[in-house]
Design a protein around this ligand. Structure first.
Ligand code: ADP
Length: 254
């Protein structure tokens, strides 16, 4: 991982009328990392991400994306980021190949649909319609759409919510692979086990403020250093391990 931040946010504020949803937060995302934005509902995660994605106006503060100033170069920023599209945009009567052709046209890039489907392990669904996919396959396709413009950074909003354990693990592998191929990944999740395994660093945001930012490991060590101990004795496995061990690792949906 290189040292240069690919995203730099300074004193970001967002007011909705009288209400301050984001209260002057500052953080950096390093080039080539999986960065998790964690926090309870209403903490300000979506607001923060949508400002960086150029989809929402900020009240004040500075945002730099790959050295580009959000105030001066929003169009240039749009070109180097990948955002998950609303599934409502996945026209019901088009198959996956046709949908990718459509998006490629919108983005004016030259990506081969089959090569893209290969990346997310969906080649055998190339002629299937979006509505015919399983939950995990829908998420993989949605992630594929973020890669269409060959972005430097992708934003994934709760990509594994509602998936079964095999499909979640399969998606973690895909997200790590995208990171390993050089794309920075920003992800939101409510699953702390997922954040611990997947994220290189996380920021915890609460009531519009960042209350912690570090690697998962160091955050845990910091808590342990305060004398914190789990009430229950930790077993060597958990119920998810039982589920995976009994049902196997293979994806069922394919
Ligand atoms: P999160 O993504 O962490 O759940 P949000 O960024 O969606 O949080 O919301 C942060 C706060 O801002 C919440 O209290 C929410 O109700 C409020 N909020 C979000 N969008 C709007 C809006 N368009 N108008 C007014 N308040 C909003």
């Amino acid at each position: 991982m290189s040292k240069a931040p690919i995203i730099s946010v300074q004193n970001l504020v967002k007011n909705y009328g009288e209400f301050q949803a984001v209260k002057g937060i500052s953080f950096e995302v390093q080039d080539g990392e999986i960065f998790g934005l964690l926090g309870p509902n209403g903490a300000g995660k979506s607001t923060t991400l949508e400002i960086i994605e150029t989809l929402r106006e900020k009240t004040s503060g500075t945002v730099l994306v790959n050295g580009l100033d959000l105030d001066k170069s929003p169009e240039a920023i749009k070109k180097i980021i990948g955002v998950q599209l609303q599934t409502a945009g996945f026209y019901p009567n088009l198959n996956l190949t046709e949908l990718i052709h459509l998006f490629v046209g919108l983005y004016q890039t030259d990506i081969d649909p089959i090569a893209l489907l290969e990346k997310v392990n969906l080649v055998d669904k190339a002629k299937a319609k979006f509505k015919e996919l399983s939950g995990g396959q829908k998420q993989r396709f949605s992630i594929a759409t973020t890669l269409i413009n060959k972005p430097k950074i992708i934003f994934l909003d709760e990509p594994t919510t509602g998936l079964d354990p095999q499909a979640r693990r399969n998606l973690w592998d895909l997200i790590k692979e995208i990171r390993d191929n050089g794309t920075t990944v920003i992800i939101t999740t409510h699953y702390m086990d997922e954040a611990e395994i997947l994220c290189d660093r996380v920021a915890i945001i609460d009531s519009g403020k960042i209350i912690a930012i570090n690697t998962p490991n160091e955050l845990i060590d910091e808590l342990v250093a305060t004398g914190f101990e789990k009430v229950k004795e930790v077993k060597k496995a958990n119920l998810e391990d039982v589920f995976i061990a009994r049902t196997g690792r293979a994806l069922r949906e394919d």
